[in-house]
Write a protein that binds this ligand. Structure first.
Ligand code: BGC
Length: 747
């Protein structure tokens, strides 16, 4: 039913722009306006029946805890992201939730960010594609999504007031594109604005962000909802385009809106526009069906978890051999850490315990399992545990150590200060490996941990991230080869924390965090600067081997390319291969990263199977953000299209030439002499004018000194005139300045 907003009083309209309580909007029964529920999100439904909070403190009704974004990011699988989004959406309908708060598509600027487990990647393309797939799946099931946290919320330290100081090219190329893709490709019902400031302006009060970019540039038609408590000036935020303030308060901010309109400080048309957008949300499904597919969704969660595990290292120890004695040590084997702390915390329908799942599969394969805790996740450590674990490992054919981070070490609300695992765990890994028994380490962590100090001593490393409630089963599946691992790193594992490009400016000081590394985030920095890493972005092993042949890059337009390649499974077992396509270029006036991920595809292949894949790249794959033009530009020039195994390893490449954009920059008196002479229209005119004004001696001198222009090339025209005593008359320059505005193609 469409609501006629002209029938609503100003007070009623203002009342719709803030929540009724923690999780719902206000109803206006007499006008037929329903109340709807918005709740977390992102990897399951946190529907609180009792006390409400936005930090995951109070329990919620049981629902499926799917793998958080850190896992799905590593799957590099858009179909999987869509399936998980769809399952979350179905549960939203079961609980009568109209808007599920997620996904989070913020970029992992620093591995220390306490909330990295809720984000996909350090790469905007990967984050955007997976985020869009999640939203598409979720919204197809009924509820709306809320892509968050818009924008530049890349740390927890001071997250509610820090100013992220970022230049515009970096914003457009790194921190905004994931949101842009989700908005354009998946049309989420809502976007959640972040707590922080961007270049000194709170996101909730930023008209450039919420109106010019989001609605103007990207065509967003949905509502902007505030992060919980992010509104600092309600009237200003309405002006900026921030529609729904959450959670609800005492109505005082509604009264501020009314007063501002009455006093002529706020245009009522802006209030109406926000009201219309909020009313759209009330059209979303909001009657709880109560139908929860507990078993079916647990199976989805297990499959998604297994697809997301990254096999980092394997000296041949995996999959675990049949008929072997397996020592399983480490607290995470029995106390799974499968989700992060904070607002995304789900009360799971059940939880798979890795040790139980390993026992079940070992039994089926004629293997035996002995288990020892090795260390404790609680504060008090029992020193005898380590010794017992080491002796169990020493007597086994293979040892599997479950290590990782506990809720104490990482969560929403604070950032980490180190990448290292707790000392007791590092000691245990080293001691187990020192027994000579081949050792596999399984990691449970939301943010990257350092592998240094033990990497070389162990035979295998399984990066199991936080995998959701079915993670224990998924880990067992990968260890025994029931599932062939196919995850790839969505973030670099550095050798040292200090190597990370944000190291010197994270998490900032005195209210500001300067994004001093600019666009050189994650692998964009490591590969460009040649800084060695432990494992590059995109790395991930399999139990089979894949081949890439016949790669071809075909130019399909001025700024578009299609890549084809044949990928094959050359091993004995079925597997999934990720085709990663990067673009490398030095074209254009700005510094480009060595290579950037521009397309990818996950392909399932039976043993011996080959398949041709085709990936189309549009102009954005080649564009940079030009601050002078205030827009995307594809520079004319050469682009090397690379099919890579990871961000450091090129498998096949081809260089193509793109016509790019016809771009003529207007000249000013500050433009250099080089700019003037290089201008396609002005340059030749200037040359001709100068030549005709020269005396024969001057012409000879110019001919004998061809480098003369080089010396003054970088001199702004206004200075050149001073030094040459007005070599070019002012009227001529004025005519030429006018001429520079004439569009002409650059060849
Ligand atoms: C978080 C959001 C979350 C909201 C509601 C905030 O503190 O930043 O991600 O959706 O709380 O729980």
């Amino acid at each position: 039913m469409t609501i006629d907003i002209s029938q609503l009083t100003l007070e009623q309209k203002a009342s719709l722009l803030s929540g009724r309580d923690f999780w719902s909007t206000k109803e206006i029964a007499e006008a037929g306006v329903a109340s709807v529920v918005l709740t977390d999100g992102p990897h399951g439904i946190r529907r609180q029946a009792g006390d409400a909070d936005h930090l995951g403190i109070h329990d919620s009704l049981p629902s499926t805890c799917f793998p958080p974004a850190v896992a799905i990011g590593s799957s590099w699988d858009r179909d999987l992201a869509r399936t998980v989004g769809g399952a979350v959406g179905e549960e939203g309908v079961a609980f009568g939730v109209s808007v599920v708060l997620g996904p989070g598509v913020n970029i992992k600027r620093s591995p220390l960010c306490g909330r990295n487990f809720e984000y996909y990647s350090e790469d905007p393309h990967l984050s955007g594609v997976l985020g869009a797939a999640h939203v598409t799946g979720l919204q197809a099931a009924g509820p709306g999504a809320s892509v968050k946290h818009f924008a530049v919320n890349n740390q927890e330290t001071e997250r509610m007031r820090v100013s992220a100081d970022v230049d515009e090219r970096t914003l457009r190329e790194v921190y905004l594109p994931a949101f842009e893709r989700v908005v354009i490709d998946a049309a989420p019902s809502t976007v959640m604005c972040s707590y922080n400031k961007i270049n000194g302006v709170y996101a909730s009060r930023d008209p450039w962000l919420l109106t010019d970019v989001l609605r103007g540039d990207w065509g967003f038609g949905g509502a902007v909802v505030s992060d919980w408590g992010a509104v600092s000036d309600r009237v200003d935020s309405v002006r900026a385009g921030m529609d729904l303030e959450m959670p609800g308060g005492d109505g005082s901010t509604d009264a501020q809106i009314v007063a501002a309109v009455r006093e002529g400080r706020l245009d009522e048309a802006l209030v109406d526009a926000s009201v219309r957008r909020v009313l759209e949300l009330t059209m979303l499904p909001h009657e709880a069906t109560g139908q929860l597919d507990v078993e079916g969704h647990h199976a989805v969660a297990r499959r998604a978890a297994a697809e997301s595990i990254v096999l980092l290292k394997n000296d041949g120890v995996l999959p675990l051999p049949t008929g072997s004695r397996i020592a399983v040590v480490g607290a995470f084997a029995t106390q799974p850490r499968y989700q992060g702390g904070g607002s995304s915390h789900i009360n799971p329908t059940r939880v798979d315990v890795a040790l139980d799942e390993i026992r079940a599969l070992a039994h089926a394969q004629g293997s035996t399992v002995i288990a020892e805790p090795g260390f404790s996740l609680d504060a008090d450590e029992d020193p005898a545990w380590g010794a017992a674990a080491v002796s169990a490992a020493g007597a086994a054919d293979v040892a599997v150590v479950f290590a990782g981070l506990s809720d104490r070490e990482e969560s929403e609300g604070f950032d980490r200060t180190t990448l290292t695992l707790p000392d007791a765990q590092v000691e245990l890994i080293r001691a187990v490996a020192a027994t000579g028994t081949p050792t596999v380490v399984v990691l449970s962590n939301g943010g990257v941990v350092s592998l240094e100090g033990w990497h070389d001593e162990v035979a295998g490393i399984v990066e199991a991230w936080l995998l959701g409630q079915a993670g224990g089963g998924a880990i067992a599946d990968v260890l025994f080869g029931v599932v062939n691992p196919s995850g790839h790193l969505a973030e670099t594992i550095p050798l040292r924390l200090e190597d990370n490009p944000s190291w010197l400016s994270f998490p900032g000081e005195q209210g500001h965090v300067r994004y001093s590394e600019g666009i050189f985030v994650g692998y964009r920095y490591y590969s460009t600067a040649g800084v060695a890493v432990r494992y590059p972005f995109g790395h991930g092993l399999s139990y089979t081997t894949f081949g890439t042949d016949g790669m071809e890059a075909v130019v399909t337009g001025d700024d578009t390319v299609t890549v084809t390649a044949t990928v094959s499974n050359r091993g004995e077992v079925a597997g999934k291969h990720v085709v990663q396509v990067y673009v490398a270029t030095t074209a254009g006036p700005v510094r480009r990263p060595l290579r950037e991920l521009r397309a990818f595809e996950k392909v399932a292949l039976e043993p011996g199977e080959s398949r041709q894949v085709e990936l189309r790249m549009d102009r954005r794959a080649f564009a940079y953000w030009d601050i002078e033009q205030g827009g995307w530009v594809v520079a004319a020039g050469e682009y090397t299209v690379q099919v890579c195994a990871d961000a450091s390893t090129v498998l096949a490449e081809q260089t193509v030439t793109l016509v790019g954009d016809s771009l003529v920059r207007e000249l000013t008196m500050e433009s250099t002499v080089g700019d003037w002479f290089g201008h396609p229209v002005v340059g030749p005119a200037l040359m001709a004018g100068l030549a005709s004004a020269m005396t024969p001696e001057q012409a000879l001198q110019a001919e004998q000194n061809p480098d003369g222009l080089k010396m003054v090339e970088s001199m702004p025209m206004q200075q050149f005139l001073v030094f040459t005593n007005g070599a070019i008359p002012v009227e001529v320059l004025e005519q030429l300045l006018e001429l520079s505005k004439t569009p002409a193609p650059v060849v």
